[in-house]
Write a protein that binds this ligand. Structure first.
Ligand code: GLA
Length: 515
């Protein structure tokens, strides 16, 4: 016979369990600092405040927003809302440890633990920054750096073998012959520090030195990633990874000893330590710029603080070879178009060794059409932007290869010509950009940012050749996407440009006899 639900023994057991759970949650006050740790997935610190059963969080470092929720019957639920809603659900193991599953909308659930930590671990105090001075030029990056970076395609869900595969593919696909050189490991490779404070790789990256040796054996160079803050930004696997805060010189030495050739240094949780001013940013970047120089190993210095404090005005002083001018690109026309065309106003700040970086390429990642990717590549090359491919090099379509490896377009990017790109004309969503190239030539881009095909043109005599009026010379022009010559006749050139597409010309003075 099944016991009745009202059986006195059942009631007694149920009452005892409820009382125990109430006692457990009553005893535990989660107020304090916690680290959310995920195996090979970094750490995210949070400060919790508990009042009764209500728990709220403020992330003391990093860019995670605040969370709110409850602790009820030993079960913790914390959630943040927004386009990328995050929820933490956990079971309290003891006053210092909670087993938690984190779920970000649209991503796989991640299991980890919340562990109580000291305030000092969660929110280190601010160390003084150096006095501002000009870091000597390291002599690197005389043309915009070219390579591949893991972030756009993989976020932090990749490992040592992914990177080796990318190095293999960079050579096998012809990318390295086309000029792509650096394989950059973005966020996701660290686990923390050893007893001596040396930064270390995690289970996905067990031997960063061996990885560097492998990439070098392919004739390529390798880049690594860190932050002036205690943690990096927060990958998809749960939290930010180790940053270089308080260990700048030590990490620069480690990267040099391991054989790295490039450092991307991403502001991230430095925002929880330093102020938002230009001086604070410059000081923090200068600190690492000087540390890199001190190692004696040539390392390209890629600054990533999204353009705060008009970085294009002082990035070179901090020792930067390139500096991000913008928030992150996404693999969508609207993002690329907005970021790319916003660069024209600051295009004058580039100089050999010191480049504006409008973020890495999305070509081949699938979110844009081939015309839109040709616009992306054309615009980045006219801007002399670093060309860091952000796609999976192992599985490129012929179309993607034709965009990333077009030698005439890459030649525009790498040209050591006299002046930066300027806007020659803008009519509604039609824009003509022109960039003087070395050898008395010009690159001219006719861009249709609108949703309908458009007639776009320019006057040949708007191109001011050094050797006088074009009218006394014969011009030649090449459509560098179609790989065919363009007839130079009449006063103007006009093309019908499809929506979101570009016509990119290289115009020069015909060699041989004059007119
Ligand atoms: C920031 C940077 C990105 C990438 C991520 C890693 O958003 O701008 O390029 O490095 O951090 O979290």
């Amino acid at each position: 016979m099944r016991p009745s639900p009202f059986h006195p023994r059942r009631w007694a057991v149920a009452a005892a369990l409820t009382l125990a759970a109430l006692a457990a949650s009553a005893q535990i006050d989660l107020t304090g600092y916690w680290a959310f740790r995920v195996k090979d997935g970094g750490v995210n610190y949070m400060q919790l405040q508990q009042t009764g059963e209500t728990v709220v969080s403020v992330s003391p470092a990093g860019r995670g927003g605040s969370l709110a929720g409850t602790l009820h019957d030993g079960k913790l639920h914390l959630a943040a809302t927004g386009p990328r809603a995050t929820a933490y659900d956990g079971a309290v193991e003891n006053a210092n440890r909670i087993a938690v599953t984190m779920q970000v909308t649209g991503r796989d659930a991640v299991k980890g633990t919340l562990e109580r930590v000291t305030r000092e671990e969660a929110l280190p105090s601010r160390l003084p920054l150096p006095q501002l001075r000009d870091v000597p030029d390291n002599g690197l990056g005389r043309t915009p750096p070219m390579g591949w970076n893991s972030w756009n395609k993989f976020a932090d869900v990749f490992d040592d073998s992914t990177v080796r595969g990318m190095a293999d593919a960079m050579v096998a696909s012809g990318m390295s012959k086309a000029g792509y050189t650096y394989i950059v490991v973005d966020e996701g490779w660290t686990s923390g520090r050893d007893a001596n404070g040396n930064i270390a790789g995690n289970g996905k990256f067990p031997d960063m030195q061996a990885l560097a040796a492998y990439v070098h054996s392919k004739g390529l160079k390798i880049g690594i990633y860190s932050s002036p803050g205690p943690q990096s930004c927060s990958g998809k696997m749960g939290g930010g990874y180790q940053g270089s805060y308080g260990h700048e010189e030590q990490d620069a030495r480690t990267f040099a000893e391991w054989g790295y050739d490039y450092l991307k240094y991403d502001w991230c949780s430095a925002g929880g330590i330093y102020g938002p001013t230009r001086e604070e940013h410059q000081g923090a970047y200068q600190k690492m710029g000087e540390a890199l120089l001190k190692t004696g190993r040539p390392m390209v210095y890629s600054m990533c603080q999204y353009g705060v404090g008009d970085v294009w005005k002082w990035g070179a002083k901090a020792g930067g070879n390139l500096w991000r001018t913008t928030i992150d690109i996404a693999d969508r026309w609207e993002s690329m178009d907005r970021i790319g065309f916003a660069q024209l106003d600051i295009a004058g700040y580039v100089q050999p060794g010191h480049w504006n970086d409008p973020d890495m390429l999305e070509v081949g990642n699938g979110g844009m059409t081939a015309d839109e990717y040709r616009t992306h590549m054309s615009l980045w090359c006219l801007l002399s932007a670093p060309l860091m491919a952000g796609n999976d090099l192992r599985t490129m379509t012929d179309e993607t290869k034709s965009i990333l490896m077009n030698p005439d377009v890459i030649a525009i990017d790498q040209d050591r010509g006299p002046r930066p790109v300027v806007r020659m004309s803008q009519q509604g969503t039609s824009e003509v950009l022109v960039r003087p190239l070395s050898g008395n030539a010009f690159a001219v881009g006719l861009f249709n940012r609108g949703n309908q095909p458009a007639e776009i043109g320019f006057r040949w005599d708007a191109l001011k050749f050094d050797s006088g009026l074009y009218g006394f010379r014969r011009l030649q022009a090449q459509d560098v996407w179609k790989h065919e010559p363009v007839q130079v006749s009449g006063d103007t050139y006009t093309a019908t440009v499809p929506s979101h597409a570009v016509v990119l010309l290289r115009v020069s003075i015909a060699s041989g006899r004059g007119f």
